[in-house]
Design a protein around this ligand. Structure first.
Ligand code: APR
Ligand code: ZN
Ligand code: ZN
Length: 379
């Protein structure tokens, strides 16, 4: 079938919204009508060629939600009409890391995600001339319809508006998961969040939900710091106004228990290390361009400081989603305030541009405005 989708033909060129061919779902796959999709900084990294070669032509978009249109053979957990959010790691359940209880690190899903295919190693997307298109992070939801692996279509209650549900797919799972699963922040602990964009603002919400006593937000954009304070940060520090590490250490009386880097740059990863108290851990959520290296003062390992990565919130998305949905339903997690812009599919490139410039927080692409259920105007 012919659908409209946002295609990246070459890195560092604008994405083009055009007609592409989408083949029907095969066994264990699901066809979803996309309602809404968020634009994340990882889309920028991919679009700018920063994650390495061989990633194009591609249909981008990995944070989204929609309504099941059709299911392939063997799919029993959803049926047409069901609301779903995309998980961009459709864990196989059988590989070593899946069996070890770490489905976010599923080995075949990781390989296919980089290759731009679905789990069977092939693509359902092509250009009208037959050129094969890659599926962005196994999701490719900057498109009217998407074929995804069954495990990538996670059922949602109908009450949750799909424009909000879309945000769960990457930002919320990644940000709140980093706090709850990767760092396991406990009540009364101190936290520093470096980078308060679409994902960092969810880390802040997660820290508040976890009962952190001190949540220091760090960014270079005063507008983001204001949003961070609204979302539960107790203090805000603008890196452009001086020695941010010293300021955080002073506020936390010697360093924080947990630092989260949510930018993906060497200097901010180093900053996350520099704000730690002895025995504390820095969690790197930000995706850095391929080839970026970080240097650390090795003598400080003496104080048992640690640094670790976090991918997709170290989450079991299927198991954790109901709790995240419940947080939204009972008002403990507000999603609308991270949305700075709302646009149609034609607005993907402008949203990527805003992220490059550091302007605004999340843009929601309402691919199908009626299904997305977005009522009010952009905040
Ligand atoms: N120092 C402090 N803050 C910075 C710096 C810096 N040197 N550079 C950028 N920032 C801030 C920006 O002002 C912005 O608020 O980092 C934030 C990044 O936010 P977004 O561009 O909205 O990116 P987001 O979608 O949140 O993703 C952040 O997490 O999942 C990953 O791939 C994603 O690497 C990306 C990161
Ligand atoms: Zn993302
Ligand atoms: Zn697996």
């Amino acid at each position: 079938m012919r659908i409209r989708a946002a295609v990246l033909h070459e890195p560092a060129t604008p994405v083009v919204v055009e007609e592409v061919e989408l083949a029907p779902p095969r066994d264990s796959e699901v066809l979803v009508r996309v309602a809404a999709a968020g634009v994340c900084h990882s889309d920028v990294r991919l679009a700018d060629g920063e994650l390495g070669a061989g990633r194009w032509p591609i249909v981008l978009g990995h944070e989204g939600a929609g309504v099941v249109e059709a299911v392939g053979e063997g799919v029993t957990h959803v049926r047409p009409g069901d609301h779903v959010v995309f998980s961009f790691v459709p864990a196989c359940g059988a590989c070593r890391t899946c069996r070890a209880g770490r489905p976010n690190l599923c080995e075949p899903a990781g390989e296919r995600g980089v290759a731009g295919t679905l789990m069977d190693g092939t693509s359902r997307l092509s250009l009208p001339d037959g050129t094969v298109l890659q599926h962005g992070l196994m999701t490719a939801c900057f498109a009217e319809l998407a074929v995804v692996d069954a495990a990538a279509a996670v059922p949602l209650p109908r009450e949750l508006p799909l424009w909000q549900a879309a945000l769960l797919g990457c930002g919320v799972v990644t940000g709140i998961g980093a706090v709850r699963n990767t760092a396991r922040v406990r009540i009364g602990e101190t936290v520093c969040v470096i980078g308060c964009g679409g994902v960092g603002l969810q880390v802040i919400a997660g820290a508040r939900l976890a009962g952190a006593a001190l949540i220091v937000a760090v960014d270079r954009d005063p507008a983001k710091l204001e949003l961070a304070l609204r979302r539960g940060a107790t203090h805000a520090i603008d890196v452009s106004t001086g020695d941010a590490a010293a300021a955080v250490r002073k506020l936390s009386e010697g360093g924080v228990d947990h630092a989260f880097e949510v930018v993906g740059r060497a200097e901010t990863i180093r900053l996350a290390w520099d704000v730690l108290r002895p025995g504390a851990t820095a969690v790197v959520v930000g995706l850095a361009p391929k080839g970026v290296e970080v240097s650390l003062p090795a003598i400080e390992f003496l104080s048992e400081k640690a640094i670790r990565g976090s991918y997709y919130g170290s989450a079991n998305v299927v198991a954790e989603l109901p709790q995240l949905v419940a947080f939204v339903a009972d008002g403990r997690l507000e999603l609308g305030e991270v949305v700075s812009h709302v646009a149609g599919l034609d607005g993907v490139e402008a949203a990527l541009e805003r992220l490059r410039r550091g302007e605004g927080a999340r843009t929601i692409i309402t691919v199908d405005p009626a299904l997305a259920g977005y009522q009010s105007v952009a905040r």
